[in-house]
Ligand binder design. Structure first.
Ligand code: ATP
Length: 252
């Protein structure tokens, strides 16, 4: 029985502390949250608050020093690799060398590799799913272009398509809108909202709140490694709520 059928939340953190290797103090401090299947959650808060660190904790990439973390019913500390097979993660700071020897469609197809298995060729179905994901993100016309020679926004759409083609149960996206123009932000946000309606849990770290889907948004605002606010509201209320816990600009 998987987490979806057992009625367990998709993500369940209890009194979690996470520290980077060699660091004296934890970044994430005593965080407890439950995020249900199909929820659309935004993690906000000031620079350095621990938002990326929280995503990487959920994805089993960092050492949990205290507490209990379960994702899709699996213990994150001992089953990180299995967790990552079912979680899509779009990282914040990506950069492709202009000479990277892969086309956009090859990068999208890489999202299927975990499902295909080692040393196996993609099937017709894999190619079809990659093609569908590219259509969904509106990048079919650049499919054959070298990834390193695309614009930042085009590369971002390729990386989102790569995660979608994996058909994950949870999608973690770190500032996915940072390179996208307003209309594209609105469109991609709608795509993510539709995925949530189909049961995929969406967790987005973002500083941009002007193009959220028209659905209940769970806001998790962080400050200094802790949860400062956790509630569900309408999209138009998100920015005000994040501002209310972010404080002023340091030095202002
Ligand atoms: N690889 C690392 N090793 C050690 N400390 C790190 C590492 N990455 C981040 N940190 C520290 O963890 C803290 C939280 O960083 P994190 O990237 O999670 O913040 P954030 O809220 O995502 O910030 P931003 O909005 O600027 O992206 C910061 O104090 C940062 O210096």
């Amino acid at each position: 029985m998987n987490a979806k059928t057992s009625g367990e939340p998709a993500i369940c953190l209890k009194n979690i502390y996470t520290a980077y290797e060699g660091a004296e103090y934890p970044v994430i401090k005593d965080v407890s949250i439950e995020i249900r299947h199909g929820e659309f959650a935004i993690i906000g808060g000031p620079n350095g608050a621990g938002k990326t660190t929280l995503l990487e904790t959920i994805n089993g990439m960092l050492k949990i020093t205290h507490g209990e973390a379960k994702v899709l019913d699996m213990d994150v500390g001992s089953c990180g690799r299995d967790v990552r097979k079912r979680v899509g993660y779009v990282i914040q700071n990506f950069s492709f060398d202009p000479m990277t020897p892969f086309s956009a469609e090859e990068v999208v197809l890489m999202g299927r590799y975990g499902l295909i298995g080692p040393l196996k060729k993609p099937s017709g179905e894999d190619l079809e799913k990659a093609s569908d994901a590219m259509k969904l993100l509106g990048i079919t016309d650049i499919a054959k272009n070298p990834i390193g020679k695309l614009s930042g926004g085009q590369q971002q759409k390729v990386l989102i398509a790569q995660c979608i083609v994996k058909e994950p149960d949870i999608l973690l996206l770190d500032e996915p809108f940072s390179n996208l123009d307003l209309l594209t932000r609105e469109y991609v946000s709608g795509v993510l909202g539709d995925l949530a309606k189909k049961g995929c849990t969406i967790v987005i770290v973002s500083h941009a709140f002007d193009a959220l889907p028209d659905t209940g948004i769970r806001i998790i605002a962080m400050n200094d490694g802790k949860i400062a606010l956790d509630e569900t509201c309408d999209p138009c209320e998100v920015e005000g709520k994040i501002r209310s816990v972010s404080g002023g600009f340091p030095g202002a």
